[in-house]
Design a protein around this ligand. Structure first.
Ligand SMILES: O=C(O)COP(=O)(O)O
Ligand SMILES: [Mg+2]
Length: 220
């Protein structure tokens, strides 16, 4: 089975505005000033607990409150995770194309699994993905390769391609020894050249060609 696994935040969806709203609602409960979108976006990638820790540092909040404030932020996020969140251009038609081409597809994200599944359902993407592994699903997060291995294993993959937007995704794929396609329009913090990748694309319309090429080479 040829399988493609996707990262979620900054890859399938531009989710930073709703993550920002949840973090700012948490700050508002403490009468603290909100953070702007670029700042919040730069905090995305290592999962929600890490994002909340980074937010707390900007406002000198005592880390003894980390667990509590992570839960507060998650509660706000669960209430409104698709108000402002949108799929990237051309994604939906390309997912349809890939599904029809017979690829098995899954999601491997550091976002907690419950909101990840809510978002996929709300944006009518759930039907494309047979597997969803979140940051809290198996006890470890990317860049540990275990969630990625598990995603492909659960899909019954014999040939594998991972698609993501960040240095964390590139590092995960690299240490897992899995081909990586970099979506360049997400939340990456370092130049493209610094990230190991087999292919890169700025428009999802390019992905079916990249996948066909990656799996053809793998089969040779
Ligand atoms: O939740 C995060 O921090 C990042 O999520 P991602 O792995 O889907 O990019
Ligand atoms: Mg991402």
């Amino acid at each position: 089975m040829k399988a493609i696994v996707f990262d979620l935040d900054g890859t399938l969806i531009d989710s930073a505005p709703d993550i920002r709203a949840a973090a700012n609602r948490m700050l508002a409960t403490l009468d603290l000033e909100p953070l702007d979108l670029p700042t919040i976006t730069s905090f995305i990638g290592n999962g929600l607990p890490k994002l909340v820790e980074r937010v707390m540092r900007t406002r000198q909040i005592d880390m003894v409150r980390h667990e509590e404030l992570t839960q507060v932020t998650l509660d706000f996020y669960n209430q409104a995770s698709t108000e402002l969140t949108r799929p990237y251009p051309n994604l939906m038609t390309v997912l349809e194309t890939l599904k029809n081409a017979g690829y098995a597809m899954g999601v491997c994200t550091n976002k907690p699994e419950a909101p990840a599944r809510d978002i996929l359902r709300d944006l009518d993407m759930e039907r494309f993905f047979d597997v969803v592994i979140g940051g809290d699903s198996i006890g470890v997060k990317k860049p540990d390769p275990a969630p990625l291995y598990r995603s492909f294993e659960d899909l019954g993959a014999t040939a594998r391609l991972y698609v993501g937007d960040s240095e964390i995704d590139a590092a995960t794929a690299h240490s897992a020894g899995i081909d990586f396609a970099l979506f360049t329009e997400g939340y990456r913090k370092v130049p493209i050249e610094q990230l190991p990748h087999r292919a890169k694309f700025a428009d999802f319309a390019a992905l079916p060609g990249i996948a066909a090429d990656a799996f053809r080479v793998a089969a040779e």
